[in-house]
Design a protein around this ligand. Sequence first.
Ligand code: FES
Length: 98
Amino acid sequence: MTILTLVTRNGTHQVPAVTDQTIVNLAKQHKIAWGHACERGICAQCRTKVEAGAECLNEVTKEEKLRLRKAERAVGFRLGCQIKLKRPGEVKLVHVPY
Ligand code: FES
């Protein structure tokens, strides 16, 4: 089983990873505060830095391409409501709202 590391300003949390669930949903299930409002890639309250395991995640969505600057995406920023785990591996995500 993959353990997903989620880092928020309240600390580091490790949760069992489930494929095809968004990070916002996984955080909610584990009562981890991961800011979100729209869950549609618009508000960016769920802005996330991928620190490890990008290869285990789904492709960047068109919503992320519209909402995040290319320079942000180039250094690993994504949106937690769009990220889904696609295969096992070591994944570390940090919640970095604006
Ligand atoms: S919850 Fe609004 S962009 Fe992710």
